[in-house]
Write a protein that binds this ligand. Structure first.
Ligand code: F6R
Length: 259
């Protein structure tokens, strides 16, 4: 795993946007796997900025999001459909047919999961999958104990995840307890994976992912088995790593390797 520790969260998010911009400059029709959540907001803002600078053609890529809350339709204000339209697809002018998210309001969620897997395969698979990480080590909404070879399906959210997500909902508004999420096997099929972690609340999960045992207790630890996985983080999220000196020697300030 490539481990890039940046001095602060803004630079870490900018580095992720740069990686995506470089890929889209080289291959404008690439297939992206996208994530939501607070960590991704500065990444999408930076990516819109890079598109405005003409670094890549803004509206040629195809995307598949990791997950959607069960029970929320695509126009629900807290749905990930709305999040993506607001933070990325709208500003970039991405044609709706190129942006895919699972439907959390589908009448048959199992059929919707199978349809989503088939759509990813029909697009030729994911070239770059962007990931955040939960404080409990989840990726997508694959909570601890998820099968490490799972495919898209419904998962029950851990209590900690529901509590962490509460900040996006209004006071007294119910927070969904289930999500339709790509599986860990689905994520691992991507040609490249970039996980962004920022802030002290992610430090234990990052340490378990990078230096802990490969275990379903920390779903993100499966990335130890991916041939092209990069962790991009800030110093706060890197604080519990034991081998920081080594990572910073190889990539000072998250930059190019010192050979
Ligand atoms: C969201 C997703 C989740 C988040 C994770 C971190 O699509 O897949 O795994 O990336 O819960 O969320 P934030 O960034 O809000 O801390």
């Amino acid at each position: 795993m490539k481990i890039l520790i940046h001095p602060d969260a803004a630079r870490a998010a900018g580095a992720v946007a740069d990686r995506i911009a470089d890929l889209l400059a080289a291959r404008p029709g690439a297939v992206l796997g996208l994530a939501t959540g607070g960590t991704m907001e500065p990444v999408y803002a930076a990516l819109i900025d890079r598109a405005g600078q003409g670094r890549f053609p803004a509206a040629r890529f195809t995307s598949f999001n990791l997950d959607e809350y069960v029970g929320l339709g695509p126009d629900h204000p807290q749905s990930y459909h709305v999040y993506m339209r607001r933070h990325l697809f709208g500003p970039l002018g991405l044609p709706p047919g190129q942006a895919h998210l699972p439907r959390g309001d589908a009448p048959d969620l199992e059929a919707e999961a199978a349809r989503y897997e088939a759509a990813i395969a029909a697009a030729g698979g994911i070239d770059l999958q962007l990931l955040g990480i939960g404080a409990n080590g989840h990726i997508g909404f694959n909570e601890p104990s998820s099968s490490l070879v799972s495919r898209t399906r419904v998962k029950t959210l851990a209590r900690k995840t529901v509590e962490d997500n509460r900040r996006f909902f209004g006071p007294g508004e119910p927070v969904p307890r289930h999500a339709l999420t790509m599986g860990i096997g689905t994520v691992m099929d991507a040609a490249e994976v970039v996980l962004l972690a920022t802030g002290a609340a992610k430090a234990q999960a990052v340490a378990a992912m990078v230096e802990g045992p490969l275990s379903a207790s920390c779903p993100a630890s499966i990335l130890q088995m991916h041939a092209k996985a990069t962790l991009v983080c800030d110093r706060a999220a890197a604080a519990a790593l034991r081998m920081t000196e080594y990572y910073e020697t190889v990539h000072p300030e998250g930059g190019a390797p010192q050979l």
